[in-house]
Design a protein around this ligand. Structure first.
Ligand code: C5P
Length: 216
């Protein structure tokens, strides 16, 4: 779980994963969502100065799972790589889940796990795009994109551990905004399952307010 973002767009000077939602930090919600779906080992990347605080926060919620907290990197990709390096040797499948998606329903986590159990190499949950999407350059519309083929992709994304480790080791491109982008670059098929509206990412203050309303 990459949770080392500073959360600049959310403000307040607290790392985003430690912002409270219904009395608990976002990271506690996000980890609980994985543990209830049967995840056995949780590895979190947090800002270096919050590693022991995050370990303590997650103790109660990971009673049924093994837990490791490691210092994150400068980018999301580096934070995921730090988590991968701390995985136990016998982990064969891996979910990568943003701490910033605290309300992902258990059903979505189980759908991703189900496709991995069916043999998929990589799985992403996705939702249809509600807005009309246009390509824009220098303040002018270049074209309208056919939205029927577009999907907004969420987490948790699921992978065979060996494939994800290879994708990270081989990556030479610009910073990707998710892990599946690196798998696509390898030419490995990425399976798509239904995500859920509740799996939205908390980026700005409005997202946090929406999450609070959902929890109230
Ligand atoms: O910034 P963004 O919302 O895209 O971040 C997605 C996830 O990646 C968040 O859970 C954030 O904590 C994490 N992240 C990280 N290390 C970074 C940057 C972001 O773990 N250097």
């Amino acid at each position: 779980m990459p949770a080392a973002g500073v959360g600049e767009r959310l403000g307040a000077g607290v790392p985003k994963a430690l912002r409270l939602l219904a009395g608990e930090p976002l990271i506690v919600h996000a980890v609980r969502a994985l543990v209830v779906a049967g995840v056995e080992t949780v590895v979190v990347a947090s800002p270096a100065d919050t590693v022991s605080q995050v370990e303590q926060l997650l103790g109660p919620v990971t009673a049924a799972a093994a837990l490791a907290v490691v210092p994150g990197g400068l980018t999301r990709r580096e934070s995921v790589a730090a988590c991968l390096a701390a995985l136990p040797d016998d982990a064969e499948v891996v979910l990568v889940h943003d701490a910033a998606r605290p309300l992902v329903p258990e059903a979505v986590v189980r759908r991703v796990l189900g496709e991995l159990a069916n043999g998929a190499e990589a799985v992403v949950p996705a939702v249809r795009v509600a807005d009309t999407v246009k390509e824009v350059t220098a303040g002018h519309v270049v074209r309208t994109v056919d939205r029927s083929a577009l999907r907004a992709v969420q987490t948790p994304q699921g992978f065979r551990r060996a494939v994800l480790a290879r994708a990270h080791a081989d990556w030479r491109g610009p910073e990707p905004s998710d892990d599946a982008a690196m798998i696509e670059a390898l030419g490995v098929p990425v399976r798509v399952v239904d995500g859920a509206a509740e799996g939205f990412k908390i980026t700005g203050p409005l997202d946090l307010r929406l999450a609070q309303i959902i929890c109230s």
